[in-house]
Design a protein around this ligand. Structure first.
Ligand SMILES: Nc1ncnc2c1ncn2[C@@H]1O[C@H](COP(=O)(O)OP(=O)(O)OP(=O)(O)O)[C@@H](O)[C@H]1O
Ligand SMILES: [Mg+2]
Length: 430
């Protein structure tokens, strides 16, 4: 029986899907987690406690485990274990992305450098070094970088996710204020004050997410999601994702080629890929005159690409030939269990809405769940924060309130169902 080491951080949303996929494939699972397991002694070599914030050390421990039990693959279920998986796979001689490639996807400035070297279309950008102890100097440097790339611009930390600390600024005053706010968010997340921030030109237009899998260096696009709510800032809360995309075939081809080029530029050669792409040539209104800087872009522009699957619970929207989940495809690939052509996504349109956190406070309760679940085409409504827990709105926020899922014949019906379900919910925040 093939055996996989799954790296499951305590904070992950992705555990149950990957465990179910492993079970469905008849694959034996060893769990690697940063949660000390009360029953670790009973689990023996089926559990290993790892410090996923110390990937080198975690990889050494996995190598020791690999000397006792055969491990056929090491798979990180999300970003936090990705570098550990790469380092451990290298030590164990398993096919995987290089640690350098994985690191590049986890540091937005490194990613921008590599994409620039390969001439992949991306926003104009500047890396601004932190100035510990002198916020005034840092704010001036951020404002000067923003005027160099041109307004509107975006200020962001290099290594956070979930749009945490990502802020659009339209002038120098806003840029200076954002510098302080983004720095404070970065500090709260444990990022040292000397770490650089990134300033980018804001790229207007619709945004899509691309889910793919790379096999021996070749990217296959598995799904493209439209994000029908405009992401114009100042903060960038993800809400609705719907697939298949309603973009034209020509635009979809261009998006696929861009993500493939980006993947190659970063050196991602195996496993899942999640890309985010903007299409400035489709920007409406006044933004049409401003395609992210002086007609810089004729086609799609890469926001970023990560060597992981789609985050949160969103992968539940995807199912492939014979009802296979995305996690099954990822495990099959990692374990070399693929046979024949890549499965195709099921015909039905499908989508998810990440429930927005409208303001910060304490979650009292969410009413209207039954009404939301009764909306036609809605297949699930899940609140992932317990009552009494603190909630923070973006840009500080770092977790999802919950998810609504829908399936229907067309993307439009899916989108309508998600909006109707959201309207039926009443989120009470004290
Ligand atoms: N230069 C830009 N132009 C336009 N929009 C941007 C730009 N940078 C970021 N955004 C918006 O902010 C969102 C989050 O930014 P980014 O992907 O860089 O950060 P993140 O925290 O890694 O996000 P996530 O984890 O949600 O993928 C993007 O999906 C996009 O909507
Ligand atoms: Mg992103």
């Amino acid at each position: 029986m093939p055996r996989v080491l799954l790296l499951l951080p305590t904070s992950t949303y992705r555990a149950s899907e990957f465990l179910a996929a492993a079970e469905g494939l008849g694959v034996e699972v060893v769990t690697g987690s940063d949660a000390p397991q009360a029953l670790a002694f009973v689990m023996g070599d089926h559990f290993v406690e790892l410090d996923l914030d110390d990937p080198e050390q975690a990889a050494r421990e996995i190598e020791q485990l690999g000397a006792r039990v055969r491990l056929d693959a090491v798979v990180a279920v999300d970003d936090r274990g990705a570098l550990t998986a790469a380092l451990a796979s290298e030590r164990l001689g398993l096919a995987h992305n290089s640690p350098a490639a994985v690191s590049a996807t986890r540091d937005k400035a490194t990613m921008r450098r590599l994409l620039a070297a390969a001439a992949v279309a991306q926003p104009a950008w500047r890396e601004v070094a932190g100035v510990p102890g002198d916020l005034g100097a840092e704010a001036a440097a951020i404002a000067s970088a923003a005027s160099a790339v041109g307004y509107p611009a975006v200020v962001k930390p290099c290594s956070l996710s979930g749009s945490r600390g990502v802020v659009r600024v339209d002038d120098a005053t806003a840029a200076r204020a954002a510098a302080a706010r983004v720095r404070s968010i970065a500090r709260d997340a444990g990022i040292p004050g000397s770490a650089p921030l990134l300033v980018e030109r804001f790229v207007p237009g619709p945004e899509v997410a691309v889910e793919g899998i790379v096999r021996a260096g070749t990217l296959d696009v598995l799904a493209v999601f439209d994000k029908p709510d405009p992401l114009d800032g100042p903060f960038f809360e993800e809400t609705i994702y719907v697939t298949p995309s309603r973009l034209s075939v020509a635009d979809l081809d261009a998006v696929g080629r861009l993500v493939a080029d980006a993947t190659a530029a970063l050196g991602i050669v195996e496993g899942p890929v999640h890309g985010e792409v903007r299409l400035p040539h489709l920007a409406g209104g006044g933004a049409a005159d401003d395609r992210g800087g002086a007609g810089a872009h004729q086609g799609p522009v890469l926001v970023e690409v990560a060597a992981r699957t789609i985050g949160g619970r969103c992968a539940r929207t995807l199912s492939f030939s014979a009802g296979q989940s995305l996690e099954e495809l990822v495990l099959r690939h990692a374990l070399g269990l693929e046979s024949g052509p890549l499965p195709v996504r099921d015909d039905e349109a499908s989508g998810v809405m990440m429930l927005p956190v409208e303001r910060s406070g304490t979650l009292e309760r969410v009413d209207g769940l039954e009404r939301a679940r009764a909306v036609r085409h809605v297949t699930g409504v899940e609140v992932t924060v317990s009552p009494g827990r603190p909630l923070r709105a973006l840009p500080e926020g770092d977790r999802y309130l919950g998810f609504v899922f829908a399936r229907a014949a067309s993307p439009g019906e899916v989108e309508d169902a998600l909006r109707a379900a959201h309207a039926a919910l009443e989120v009470r925040i004290a």
